[in-house]
Design a protein around this ligand. Structure first.
Ligand SMILES: C[S@@+](CC[C@H](N)C(=O)[O-])C[C@H]1O[C@@H](n2cnc3c(N)ncnc32)[C@H](O)[C@@H]1O
Length: 231
């Protein structure tokens, strides 16, 4: 996969490659996702470095995505969720209900990839930690996603309370990629409080087993992939 630096105008291109599973097929698999970005408009209008990492992981798991009910939180431009939809998952993309312009931009990101909003993917405004009726209609999910949603410590509990509600009583997993910005930040106590447990995924082993290297995506940033489940 490329690191997404192939930028054409305001379109950022992400390329995912992999070997085909069918014997004798040497064509390989290829998926290109384009994201229209507005670099100065705000947090949700461009793709943060954690998003290609989560998308890369989903690409390594692409054969298991078909039919899964996938929900992405704080998705911004929605790269991981769009990839999951392209791989056959039933995807709901969410971002802040207080940012209608971001939600419109998210629709444009879907359309740029041939996905018709509210036909091929659902798009919904949500506020972490607020349990409005829309949130109840989101259950059940099989896979919950978020990239770079742990960037403001005062919001960690809001994110995790929403995650706990969506995972409660199910086998669903929450996969989140994040950038380590301070050694002092931790979600350990909050995981315990909300009946959750987390484990970091071993990216080196995943690279080896998938044959797709993640290192060019990460560069010298401290990026991680965490899997959280209900206890
Ligand atoms: C750092 S950006 C990450 C965007 C995207 N996931 C990515 O990695 O490119 C954080 C995202 O969380 C959304 N967000 C912030 N506060 C939120 C809240 N209280 N409820 C829901 N979404 C929120 C923002 O609108 C933004 O899209």
């Amino acid at each position: 996969m490329s690191d997404g630096r192939s930028v054409s105008g305001q379109l950022k291109k992400f390329v995912f490659r992999g070997k085909s599973s069918s014997k004798g097929d040497s064509r390989g698999e290829y998926l290109e996702i384009v994201i229209p970005e507005l670099l100065t408009a705000g947090y949700s209008f461009y793709t943060w470095p954690s998003a290609p990492l989560l998308a890369w992981y989903l690409w390594t798991q692409r054969r298991h995505l078909r039919g899964l009910r996938v929900l992405e939180l704080g998705c911004g431009t929605g790269l991981p969720g769009i990839l999951a939809a392209k791989c056959g998952a039933r995807v709901t993309l969410t971002d802040s209900v207080a940012l209608p312009r971001s939600l419109r931009h998210l629709s444009a990101c879907c359309e740029a990839n041939g996905l018709v909003p509210n036909r091929d993917v659902k798009i919904l405004g949500l506020a972490w930690g607020l349990f409005l009726s829309e949130v109840h209609s989101l259950r059940p999910v099989d896979l919950l996603l978020a990239s770079d949603c742990f960037y403001e410590p005062s919001q960690f509990e809001e994110v995790l309370s929403t995650v706990a509600y969506l995972l409660d009583g199910t086998d669903a997993r929450f996969l989140c990629s994040y950038q380590e910005r301070s050694a002092d930040w931790s979600i350990e106590a909050l995981l315990k409080k909300w009946g959750l447990k987390g484990a970091l995924l071993d990216l080196d082993s995943l690279s080896e087993s998938s044959g797709v290297d993640y290192r060019s995506l990460v560069g010298d940033r401290s990026l991680h992939l965490l899997e959280i489940v209900a206890v």
